[in-house]
Design a protein around this ligand. Sequence first.
Ligand SMILES: NC(=O)c1ccc[n+]([C@@H]2O[C@H](COP(=O)([O-])OP(=O)(O)OC[C@H]3O[C@@H](n4cnc5c(N)ncnc54)[C@H](OP(=O)(O)O)[C@@H]3O)[C@@H](O)[C@H]2O)c1
Length: 216
Amino acid sequence: MSSVGILGGTGPAGQGVAIRLASAGYDVVLGSRDANRAVTVAAELAPRGAGTVTGADNEGAAQCDLVVVATPWDSAVATVSALKNVLDGKIVISMVNALTREGRELVPLYPPRGSMAAQIAHALPSATVVGAFHHLPASEMVNLDSELDADVVIFGDDAEARESVAHLVEAMPGLHAVVAGTMSLASAIEAFTAVCISINIRHKAHSYVKLAGLSH
Ligand SMILES: NC(=O)c1ccc[n+]([C@@H]2O[C@H](COP(=O)([O-])OP(=O)(O)OC[C@H]3O[C@@H](n4cnc5c(N)ncnc54)[C@H](OP(=O)(O)O)[C@@H]3O)[C@@H](O)[C@H]2O)c1
């Protein structure tokens, strides 16, 4: 697997994942509803490594070997559903968090199937959905000069797909893969993002998850 497409890749989250994937040697396609916007955003990213970042529409991004969903939560299902035929048979990573802001806090929303990863899996029955990247602040991801040393919590029901995503994450500078388990953990993992962001708002920080006691 050498190419990774990112649906909604023009946002801060998609850009942060893209620059670190390209720095790890992957060829990344930022997807957008507007291919021209994706081309412009991709041209502004400067990965340090053998990989590339280019831009396309979301369908172009979906044609890559592996695909990341990085749209807002309330457009994720519609976006992947429109690309179902292209995504069939692929590993699809969801980094989508369903959150809403209440004052100085983010609070989790619970979709009917409990998590956005489960919603996306339901919309893509012939793809293999894996959750990853939920807790990473985009500002740190996009800045390759940051001291980022974060754990990426990975979950999904297909063990082989989880390991493929863990392999990808381990190659990305500043990130370590931590496989947590199955899709049954999705709602807790996604909801914890609300805690992470609320801490960052309260403490005016860009903190991230780093689990103690694991040997990498
Ligand atoms: N920001 C973070 O630090 C962070 C970290 C971890 C996970 N996440 C998750 O990653 C996802 C993206 O976060 P973000 O901050 O990058 O979000 P964002 O900037 O609001 O959206 C990302 C992209 O999605 C596309 N988009 C917006 N509205 C859309 C719609 N109605 N239909 C289809 N596409 C639409 C836009 O691209 P085009 O206009 O080019 O199509 C936009 O650039 C979210 O689910 C978030 O919870 C974010």
